[in-house]
Every structure is written in structure tokens, then in C-alpha cells.
Design a protein around this ligand. Structure first.
Ligand SMILES: [Zn+2]
Length: 56
């Protein structure tokens, strides 16, 4: 799975349709061709949604 943000293949699966990018150090989810969402992982493990592009 390529990272939708930086495009690297250096990602790891962490759950169903859920991956972790080792370059961005963020998680992202993929679901049925819909817009990918990125999540910044806080030190306590909580996920902070990151907007990649403004929605039209
Ligand atoms: Zn990335």
C-alpha cells in the first residue's frame, strides 16, 4: 500500500484498511476508493485527523 501523502511504499498494515506510514509517521485509512484520511499519532496513541486537501 502506497502512502497517499508522500507516496512511499514503506508502510505497514495496522488494521482493517488501516496502515502506518514510516516516512510521515502517520496512520491512514483506505475505504472503497473514498478520500483517504491521514491521522497523526500522538505519543499517547490517540489519532488526530489531518486534512490533506480542502473538500470541494
Ligand atoms: Zn507517507
Amino acid at each position: 500500500m502506497h502512502c497517499p501523502l508522500c507516496g512511499t511504499i514503506d508502510t505497514g498494515k495496522v488494521g482493517t484498511n488501516q496502515y502506518y506510514c514510516w516516512q510521515c509517521l502517520m496512520e491512514f485509512k483506505t475505504s472503497d476508493k473514498q478520500q483517504d484520511r491521514m491521522y497523526y499519532v500522538e505519543e499517547d496513541g490517540s489519532l488526530i485527523p489531518v486534512m490533506l486537501k480542502p473538500e470541494l
